[in-house]
Design a protein around this ligand. Structure first.
Ligand code: ATP
Length: 287
């Protein structure tokens, strides 16, 4: 079977506290977009559990360090199933880019494993299992648009981003998520977060100018003003789109009012040497 593992963007992202276990609490509005990895899974009952992975990107580990493999083993253990699982990932979501590609692959494997074995796990159990695999995995199980709290695992669906083009730009270089959280702790940047309600209200209004005003990502405040994500954001704003860095970066997305503006963004990014894709919001799905 085959599933699309959609990337997520954060329309709003505040860090609300640090937990004793080292995780951070967040308040976020997440939206899945059509940029996706294509995950294929084949599972056949066997005497002992095994999971192997092939992937279109050679730099990614294909052993149990890969979240897709981890998901297959975790599912079998929880459901009391032994199977020979073969997974293939055709990777399109850039790695460590703030787009939750690994979490999306992980969630796709959980969904497909549950389907392949006729739903041995109830939605709540699948959600719990997802939570243990990563903070963004529960959201990626459902996708669509949602307010997420806790470590990202408390999910409340909300009105989605209107059906507008979403340009995803790939600045060069990497940002370590752990380092980004460390900078938030050191600078106390989390204390100045605006409320989340203007974003959910803006989504309900379906008006792009209101959504643009409510875009917020605390991680933008802890990166240098002359860094690539900020330069990329400026290019997108100059094209007349609403733009924000996603997650802990470095990806930057832009919501455009129409295809023409999206195309203008893509061309301007290309002129400055940046790759990008034009995607669309995707709806939530039942698990
Ligand atoms: P995070 O914010 O959790 O770092 P991200 O969206 O920025 O997530 P991902 O593409 O999910 O970034 O990758 C984060 C890390 O997870 C990478 O270091 C990568 O090696 C590891 N990883 C494990 N499995 C996968 C996978 N299937 N796809 C991508 N990365 C994976």
């Amino acid at each position: 079977m085959k599933d699309f593992a959609y990337a997520k963007i954060n329309l709003f992202l505040a860090v609300t506290g640090r937990r004793p276990d080292g995780y951070h609490d967040i308040a976020s509005v997440m939206q899945t977009v059509s940029l996706c990895d294509v995950v294929t899974l084949d599972a056949a009952a066997s005497a002992s559990p095994s999971a192997t992975l092939t992937c279109s990107i050679p730099s990614l580990p294909t052993d149990s360090r890969n979240l897709a493999v981890k998901a297959a083993y975790a599912f079998m253990e929880r459901a009391g199933i032994a199977a020979d699982v073969k997974i293939d990932i055709d990777k399109h979501i850039p790695i460590a880019a703030g787009l939750a590609g690994g979490s999306a692959d992980c969630a796709a494997v959980l969904r497909m494993m549950n389907d392949a074995f006729s739903h041995p796990l109830a939605a709540r159990e699948l959600h719990e299992l997802a939570r243990g695999l990563g903070a963004d995995v529960p959201f990626c199980l459902y996708g669509g648009c949602a307010v997420t709290r806790g470590i990202g695992d408390i999910i409340e669906p909300c009105d989605p981003l209107p059906e507008l083009p979403v340009v995803i730009a790939y600045p060069h270089g990497k940002i370590s998520t752990a380092d980004a959280y460390r900078r938030i702790d050191e600078t106390g940047a989390s204390q100045n977060a605006p409320p989340i309600a203007p974003m959910t209200d803006a989504l309900s209004s379906r008006r792009l100018p209101q959504i643009a005003d409510a875009l917020y990502n605390v991680f933008e405040s802890v990166i240098d003003a002359d860094s690539e994500p900020i330069a990329v954001k400026r290019i997108l704003l100059d094209c007349g789109a609403a733009a924000l860095m996603s997650g802990s970066g470095p990806s930057v997305f832009a919501v455009a009012e129409n295809d023409e503006t999206a195309e203008r963004c893509r061309r301007a990014l290309a002129r400055h040497g940046y790759d990008s894709v034009i995607s669309r919001p995707t709806p939530s799905r039942a698990i």
